[in-house]
Design a binder for this molecule. Sequence first.
Ligand SMILES: NC(=O)c1ccc[n+]([C@@H]2O[C@H](COP(=O)([O-])OP(=O)(O)OC[C@H]3O[C@@H](n4cnc5c(N)ncnc54)[C@H](O)[C@@H]3O)[C@@H](O)[C@H]2O)c1
Length: 326
Amino acid sequence: MTAPIIVTGAAGFIGHAVAHRLLARGEHVIGVDIVNDYYDPALKEARLATFEGQNNFTFERCDVADAAGIAKLVKDNGVRRVVHLAAQAGVRYSIENPFAYERSNLAGHLSVMEACRHAPDFEHLVYASSSSVYGDKPMGGEGFSEDEPAMSPVSLYAATKRACELMSQSYATLYGFPQTGLRFFTVYGPWGRPDMAYFSFTQKILKGESIEVFGNGKMARDFTYIDDIVDGILGALDNPPATGEHRVLNIGDSHPVGLMEMIETLERAIGREAVKVMRPMQPGDVTATYADVSKLHALTGYKPKVMLAEGLQRFADWYLDHYKAG
Ligand SMILES: NC(=O)c1ccc[n+]([C@@H]2O[C@H](COP(=O)([O-])OP(=O)(O)OC[C@H]3O[C@@H](n4cnc5c(N)ncnc54)[C@H](O)[C@@H]3O)[C@@H](O)[C@H]2O)c1
C-alpha cells in the first residue's frame, strides 16, 4: 500500500475536490480541517458527508497551526506527500480579522513544513498560494508571470501568502525537501465558496435582492473552473521538483473576464436578471488578474478545459439542486 496523502483544508472548496480526485485514482487520503465558521459550516459538513462510504478516506478535525498534532499525523501514518490547502481565505475579511491570517496562514504553514522536514523519505509538499501576491498593477499582454518579484501585496491575505512562499524557499534551502507553491487564480464551480462574488450573486439574484458590483464593474478576473484547478494540482504533485528545490507556479485559466461579462453569463445560467448597484473598489481589491500558465503547461501539460459559460452553468445546476430544500 502506498503511503497516505494528507490534504489540509479537506472540508473546503478546493481541498474537498482534490481529495475526491485522489481517492478516485486509488490513493489513501487523510483529510485535515478545523471546519471553522468563516462561511456557513453546514456547507463544509455537507462536503465532508460526500466522503461517507469511502474506505480510503479518514478525517482529522484539527488546526494546522497545532504543530505537534500535525507532526504526529505525518509521523504515525508514514506520510510522504502533503497537499496543504487549509488557510484563512478572503481579501476583505483580512481587513477586519488580521489575526486569523497570522494563525491559519503563517503558523499553519510553518507547522506543516516542520512536520514534512522531519518525515523520513518525504517526497513533496504542494501548497496553496494566490494570484493576490501580484498586487494591483497593470498586466503585460502575457499575464502575470512567476518571474515578477511580487513584493507589493495590497492586502494582509496576500502578504501572508507571499510570506508562505518565502518561508518555503528558506526551508528548501535549509532542509532540502521538494516543495511547490501554486498561485491560484479565482477558482469557481460546484461546492464553491459563498464569500465569492459568483456565489453570493447567485444567492441574491434568486432571492430577488440587488447585487453590489464593486469597482463599478471594471474589475477582471481569471475565473478558473474547479476541475481544471484539480488537474493542475495533481499534475504538480505528480511531478515534484528536484531535492532542495522550491518552485512557485501560476495556475489559472489564462483568459481574463470582466465582472459585467461574468454577471451576464451568470444571469443566463440562472435564467434571471440581476438588479445591479454599482459601487467603488473595496480596500485590498485588485483591478485585474490574468495568469501566464506556460510554466505549469511545460511541466505537466496543464491546459484549462472548461469555459466560463459551461462552468457557471454547472455551478448554477449544483446550487439549485443543493439548496432546493432551503
Ligand atoms: N478559491 C479561490 O479562488 C482561491 C484563490 C487563491 C488561493 N486560494 C487558496 O486555496 C486554498 C483553498 O481555498 P478554498 O477556496 O478551498 O477555501 P476554503 O475556505 O473553502 O477552504 C479552506 C479550508 O481551510 C480550513 N481552515 C482554515 N484555517 C484552518 C486551520 N487553522 N486549521 C485547519 N483548517 C483550517 C477551513 O475550515 C476551510 O474548510 C486556500 O489556501 C486559499 O487561500 C483559493
